[in-house]
Design a binder for this molecule. Structure first.
Ligand code: CP
Length: 366
């Protein structure tokens, strides 16, 4: 591990701000499956505390004098702004970086290797976040491999800001939002009440050909928290079989149900959380490229996969969840997305709080 760390701040421990002795300093956060449920809940507990006491001086120097590099291959609204705000609120600085700012080796061009780039970035920064997915990768899984390769060489924590397989910070924010809505409100989540609640994760109509990262991250966190899951998608829209296998195993270990349906209507009965999202098919990458136009044409054959007020009325008073950006009118109607049971803005806000907690625990001065 490069960089320096202050000794754990015993007064913070004594105040109960960080309970127990869990040490996540120096850890990468690339997939929630890499962390234990206790580690995830510990982080979420800190996030809730940070939400309740947003600008407390307890947090405002945790990253003092430290830089977090945000390396974005793809565009972002929430992730960039929330990470940058998180670094600011922790007393540090987030530096924005794109591949076009350097000369990085790819299959098409000569340039510096990940080994060199990661090693050098780690000499400057306390942590490194990377986003790489969709049209910036030649095949499914290539973005995730880039993250793992950076983590192999960087001597500081690597945080996943969304790759083509996983979006773990989104998953923490989702879970926190669900646990607030079914718990005691903003900043007062209750993760125990999620046990046995039913998540409907549905493919959504639309032509955005989105990566699988957010929905796969949602499957993993929901199943780790003992939620029962119904996944609904048209035939031909299967997700990563390995991730679905982990989800089934998580559900089984937690005595929760998992099933898959192939019609846009049947998963709503009894659901507590409805999550709809467009995603691409397993055939989306051909000849080393995302075939976006083909994906759009494929998706157009599946109209009607829209979360509507009529469908929501059949749930068990479900909340509506979406990682955003929302494709209104296709994935979900305006009435639901802006309705009284929509959790989308709370979840988006929670990106800030969970990322503050992850950064504080993995790279902070305590
Ligand atoms: N949910 C999410 O990651 O949003 P952005 O793509 O805007 O960062």
């Amino acid at each position: 591990m490069g960089g320096s760390r202050h000794a754990p701040c015993t007064d913070r421990l004594a105040e109960g701000i960080i309970r127990g002795s869990m040490d996540l300093y120096g850890r990468d956060f690339i997939c929630t499956q890499d962390w234990t449920v206790d580690e995830l809940l510990y982080t979420l507990e800190l996030a809730a505390r940070m939400k309740r006491e947003r600008f407390s001086s307890r947090w405002t120097s945790i990253l003092e004098h430290k830089t977090f590099i945000m390396f974005f291959y793809n565009p972002s609204v929430r992730t960039r702004i929330s990470f940058e705000a998180a670094a600011t609120e922790l007393g540090g600085h987030a530096q924005f970086m794109t591949p076009s700012a350097g000369r990085f080796k790819t299959e098409q061009q000569a340039g510096e290797t990940i080994e060199d780039a990661a090693t050098v970035m780690a000499r400057y920064a306390a942590g490194l976040g990377i986003r790489i997915l969709e049209d910036k990768v030649p095949y499914y899984g290539a973005g995730h491999q880039v993250l793992r390769e950076y983590a192999r060489w960087a001597d500081v924590p690597v945080l996943n800001m969304a790759d083509d397989r996983f979006h773990p910070c989104q998953a923490l924010a989702d879970a926190m939002g669900w646990a607030e809505w079914f718990g005691d409100g903003p900043g007062r989540p209750n993760y125990g009440v999620l046990r046995g609640r039913r998540l409907l994760l549905s493919w959504g109509s639309g032509s955005l050909a989105r990566s699988w990262c957010s929905v796969q991250a949602a499957l993993l966190i929901a199943s780790r928290l003992a939620m029962s899951i119904t996944m609904a998608h048209p035939q031909g829209y299967d997700l990563d079989p390995e991730v679905v296998g982990w989800t089934k195993r998580n559900c089984k270990e937690n005595h929760a149900d998992f099933d898959i349906v192939h019609d846009p209507d049947s998963g709503y009965d009894g659901a507590h959380v409805v999550y709809s999202r467009n995603w691409m098919t397993p055939e989306a990458y051909q000849d080393g490229e995302l075939q976006k136009q083909t994906e759009i044409e494929r998706a157009m054959a599946h109209a009607g996969w829209t979360t509507t007020a009529e469908r929501m009325a059949r749930t068990d008073h479900a909340i509506f969840s979406h990682p955003m950006p929302v494709d209104r009118g296709n994935e979900v109607t305006d009435e639901v997305a802006s309705g009284p049971r929509s959790a989308i803005y709370d979840i988006a806000e929670n990106r800030l709080h969970v990322q503050k907690a992850v950064m504080a625990l993995t790279m902070g001065n305590w």
